[in-house]
Design a binder for this molecule. Structure first.
Ligand SMILES: Nc1ncnc2c1ncn2[C@@H]1O[C@H](COP(=O)(O)OP(=O)(O)OP(=O)(O)O)[C@@H](O)[C@H]1O
Ligand SMILES: [Mg+2]
Length: 419
């Protein structure tokens, strides 16, 4: 009998660490067998800040999933923290060589050449690597917005290319954590991209969609158009900032502020009840106070607006705002804050929905996973199934590992079809 295929999806977030252990069954469906979730420690704004504490948090989540499933974690697919990603647009130019008499036909090689040129235009610091170079459109002489120039004729080919880079040291920290736990990383996936696999369907990715993942420490933005990633950025603000504002504004311990946010929070004041009175716990023995739900919303609203404004600024920068036919999907735990969609809809003038993960071909222990905060980890499962047969990373953390990692990411981007 063939060996069962096991996938372990590991989302190392700023607030929570979530681990899913699943089997790929004989019908090629994913059966989730174990779930582990633990409070995240040793991370800030998506970055690992303490390897020892972070590895303990990760270990607890993995152990829970192993215990529940009775399966040892293997084939670990890890989401790369958002802060690793930087992106910018670049342009490359290539002169078309004459292939035959009077013929200046653009070949695949010319396209590769022009993309290479776009990659080399901006010098990168030594701690960053290009992991992706995605052509957005081409220009042949004066004719622009060409999606596929191969076979067309011209003298000069220009390409607008979206470049994504990753921070090498952060990747190294992630690898070290897994080494401490005696686990090999089978593959790494950019977190906002994992979320998009679970949340956006093919139509959305083709017609133009924005995925905003508002986690605890970061807000990751990615834009999809014509089935490929067109823009990505990380905003170092998330739900934890809202909790901090409530801690200060309500003079209450952060645990109570978090509870109030989840139980009574609204992103828009007018949606909150002005007559509903909430008891606020005092700090360190100070007496409790009373505040209305609307008062709490008045503290939340400016921060959520700030996050939405920063996202809007980024999207305006991307030049894709007018092409977003399918609108916005918001994932991440903070997407659960009431009135968030309404706030984004008003500010962006685009249809907005909560980015719940799809469970296409996924069954088993899924009842508790229907929450936007699980978009990344579910996306990692889809990714793991599609990429199960890749070779796992080697144990040695050397250049060749990096080359393989970046090579794999490039291949992934190139395929553009994930579920
Ligand atoms: N019902 C809710 N209302 C408001 N905020 C919520 C709710 N549920 C969860 N959150 C917030 O969502 C945040 C956590 O989201 P998530 O689990 O996606 O973060 P993460 O993946 O750990 O972090 P990151 O992706 O930033 O590294 C916390 O700030 C939490 O307070
Ligand atoms: Mg997250």
């Amino acid at each position: 009998m063939a060996k069962e295929k096991i996938i372990t999806a590991l989302d190392i977030g700023t607030t929570k660490i979530c681990c899913l252990i699943a089997k790929i069954d004989t019908n090629n469906k994913i059966k989730i067998c174990g779930i582990g979730e633990n409070r995240s420690e040793g991370l800030a704004q998506g970055m690992i800040t303490n390897i020892q504490t972070a590895s303990k948090s990760v270990d607890t989540a993995i152990n829970q999933a192993e215990k529940m499933s009775g399966i040892n974690a293997e084939n670990v697919f890890v989401g790369v923290a958002g802060e690793l990603i930087r992106s910018f647009d670049s342009q490359g130019i290539a002169k078309i060589e004459r292939s035959r008499k009077y013929s200046y036909e653009i070949s695949k090689l010319d396209v590769e050449k022009v993309i290479e040129d776009a990659k080399s235009v901006t010098p990168l610091p030594v701690d960053r690597k290009i992991i992706h170079a995605e052509p957005q459109f081409f220009t042949i002489d004066k004719k622009t917005k060409i999606l596929n120039p191969i076979g067309m004729s011209g003298f000069r080919l220009k390409a607008d290319v979206h470049i994504v880079t990753a921070d090498v040291n952060s990747l190294m920290n992630l690898y070290k954590i897994m080494q401490l736990l005696c686990l090999n990383i089978k593959d790494v996936v950019l977190q906002p991209i994992a979320s998009s696999i679970a949340v956006l369907n093919d139509d959305e990715r083709k017609l133009g969609a924005i995925l905003v993942d508002i986690g605890g420490g970061t807000t990751d933005v990615s834009i999809y158009y014509e089935k490929s990633i067109r823009y990505s950025c990380i905003i170092p603000f998330g739900g934890e900032k809202i909790t901090r504002d409530l801690t200060v504004g309500l003079r209450t311990p952060s645990k109570n502020a978090e509870e109030i946010k989840i139980k009574y929070g609204f992103a828009i004041q007018d949606d909150a009840d002005e007559n509903k009175v909430i008891t606020i716990q005092g700090i360190g023995g100070h007496k409790d106070s009373k505040r209305t739900e609307r008062f709490v919303a008045a503290l939340i609203n400016p921060r959520m607006k700030e996050i939405a404004k920063l996202v809007l600024d980024e999207i305006k920068k991307s030049k894709y705002l007018d092409m977003m036919t399918a609108g916005i999907s918001i994932s991440g735990g903070a997407a659960n804050l009431r009135s968030t969609n309404k706030l984004f809809e008003k500010m962006f003038n685009l249809p907005t929905k909560t980015g719940y993960p799809y469970f296409n071909g996924i069954y088993g222990e899924i009842d508790n996973l229907n929450d936007p905060k699980y978009a990344t980890v579910i996306g990692l499962l889809y990714w793991g199934k599609t990429n199960f047969d890749i070779e796992p990373f080697s144990n040695e953390f050397n250049n060749s590992l990096f080359e393989r990692l970046f090579g794999r990411m490039k291949k992934w981007f190139a395929s553009k079809n994930f579920t």
